[in-house]
Design a binder for this molecule. Sequence first.
Ligand code: GLY
Length: 378
Amino acid sequence: NRGDRKSIMSTKNIVIIGGGIIGLSIGWQLVKRNFSVTIFDKDSVGKGASWAAAGMLSPLAEVNMQEKDLLQLGLTSAELYPGWVDELEADSQMTVEFQTEGTLIVALDRDDDQELRHHFDLQKLFNLPVEWLDGRSARNIEPALSPRVVSAISCDSDLQVDNRLVIRALKHSFQKFGGNLHEHLGVDRIEISDGTAVGVWAGDNLVKADKIIVSAGCWSSLIEGIPGKLTVRPVKGQMLALQMEDPPIVRKVIHAPDAYLVPRRDGRLLIGATSEEQGFDTQITAGGIFELLRGAWETLPGIYDFPIIETWVGLRPGSRDNAPILGKTEVENLILATGHFRKGILLAPITAQEICALIMTDHTSDVIAPFTPARCAG
Ligand code: GLY
């Protein structure tokens, strides 16, 4: 309708609250379409969940019966990934270490094996390209796997990026195309006038905007002015990295019952992650690291002598149903793109594509319709 067209034509200034992988990906695409975009981040960009993540792009490995729409969103985003990485690497002239070696999900005893068979049946029900392996076949592929591994599922089409390199490349590309970045400057409140968002309060300054996008991860709920009761909670994940010897002990990502192991090209082996409902607590605990090391060592005994080179914590942004919250709110010109929980790195390309389309057409696509903020209201 004519009103919508007018509002699109006059959309020039866009403010994005939160410069994690989601905010930066949206901002990068919008500046390339000649919008004037300002990102505010209360910290340095990408230092929240985007920094802590392991960069696994595993729509197949992490599937569940209740999350059919989310599976589809993840599969679509994984399909976008190769082109998205090409574009990002070309714009930034930086590598993001995109890897296509796939994932092995392994079982270490009979209980795990039964659970894995159930998981495999589900993957087959969804027609996913996965293969069942016995323990010996799994060890043929990854010889360092423990003799205890009784069975495995091979998810060959799963992918991986180095999420920290992605952040670096996105920041560079966003600024290269003229994006404004304000780091260490958080937004406390959205200014609303007659049911329309008109700006944001950053420190003592009111910054006017035609559209405002909230992509502040688990801090999104702390921003005043978002209608309904937005619940995005922090779900703590502790992680660590070991230094592998050369040649690397594994090539594929390994999902074990109590840990996942992610080999990076630079020789690090990431081990993650705990999943703890501890609010905004970011302490690294002996128990957390112990459980991860035990889970990793039971799967890959050869890691025993590897040096520990880093430990860290991230806060995943979890919505009530753990699916992302994408689209318009009941406040005019206020859009949410948050709550990506365990899948923020995977879902960045599809989120950016669909939120840009929403800004340009004022239309909510079928792709994001199952994830609109309305389902989380009240
Ligand atoms: N996607 C892995 C994690 O959240 O731990």
